[in-house]
Design a protein. Structure first.
Ligand code: FRU
Length: 325
């Protein structure tokens, strides 16, 4: 049985402001709405590992029954996650990892695999050529894993060479600043792999500013639906492809309640990825629109139910009064 009324879940997010993480939180809230009595404590560390450690400590002081965390950088957050786990508080690690296997469950896609798929996509489409890689924040696990997968895949293509690698830290401004430092490599590049769509879009701007007379293929990661997301950028040919990176928000909350209710759960919950390019982007957009419409229907039904509940409650009140008098 679900005893949600007693539960407080803490969610420590490394940064909350971008589209991908706003989506993660929306998914969580949607799933949490099925557990109306649970408490949810949310903290956004604003890209700072130091701040994130502090916020987790505050949550522990506050008293949480379970911690969900997306660690900004693996190494700095390992200690606090291990301490939490060793206190007997279950920890669900989402998207980014620590450097330790002391956690209760992990939810997220396989970032090594995503890097590998990006490398294979470029290798198979290009045959030969020069590559620029725009990596995420050094020390954050998806950057490390996407980079490893990408290099391993490209090692199998003898005529493809990575000419420049820069750290864009997952951010538009940082990526652009770094890219202007490797201008000559951009001029001879045939493809560019950015570790997320924010940096992929930013890279396209830089390439456009250089007025190159050849097309540079740009790949990103996330493939978010909605305004400014990767799906839209692929559809409008701003970028050539993106790899789906599910946020795992819903799965984190369902796993949390399984753990809290002492039900069976898996430690590793690996979500699927997929390459989106011009061949399948319309299909993906259609599917997403359909889900979005269904979601709106559900919300309409919920508010209707709520109205009826209120009508019913006021009738109950009348009935009660009749019984009493
Ligand atoms: C969002 C983000 C995503 C990326 C993920 C990696 O903050 O940068 O774009 O896929 O984090 O952890």
């Amino acid at each position: 049985a679900d005893k949600t009324s007693q539960y407080t879940i803490g969610f420590s997010q490394c940064v909350g402001s971008d589209l991908w993480r706003r989506n993660m939180l929306d998914e969580m809230k949607m799933e949490l709405s099925l557990h109306p009595d649970a408490r949810f404590i949310y903290a956004d560390a604003d890209n700072s590992s130091k701040k994130q450690i502090k916020q987790v400590k505050q949550m522990l002081d506050e008293g949480i029954d379970l911690l969900i965390i997306s660690p900004n950088e693996a190494q700095p957050l390992t200690g606090i996650v291990e301490q939490t786990y060793n206190k007997g508080i279950p920890v669900i690690v989402i998207d980014r990892k620590t450097s330790s296997d002391l956690y209760t469950a992990y939810v997220g896609a396989d970032n090594y695999q995503i890097g590998k798929m990006a490398g294979e996509y470029i290798g198979n489409n290009l045959g030969k050529g020069n590559i620029v890689e725009v990596m995420g924040l050094p020390g954050s696990s998806p950057a490390i894993e996407r980079h490893r997968g990408f290099s391993d895949a490209l090692a199998k293509f003898n005529n493809i060479h990575i000419k420049a690698q820069v750290y864009g830290d997952w951010l538009k401004d940082h990526a652009q600043k770094q890219l202007y430092q490797v201008k000559p490599d951009l001029k001879t590049a045939d493809a560019l792999f950015a570790h997320n769509d924010v940096m992929a879009g930013a890279s396209r701007e830089v390439l456009n500013n250089l007025h190159l007379n050849h097309h540079v293929k740009v790949l990103g990661v996330d493939a978010m639906p909605g305004a400014g997301g990767g799906l839209q950028m692929v559809a409008s040919k701003t970028i050539d492809a993106s790899l789906v990176y599910p946020t795992g928000g819903k799965e984190a909350i369902t796993t949390a309640f399984r753990i809290l209710n002492k039900e069976a759960f898996s430690k590793e919950n690996i979500l699927q990825s997929l390459v989106i390019d011009s061949t399948n982007v319309q299909l993906m957009k259609m599917q997403w629109n359909k889900i979005n419409n269904q979601q709106k229907d559900i919300e309409r039904q919920q508010s209707l139910l709520e109205e009826q509940r209120q009508v019913y409650n006021s009738q109950q009140l009348v009935l009660n009064i009749i019984v009493i008098t």
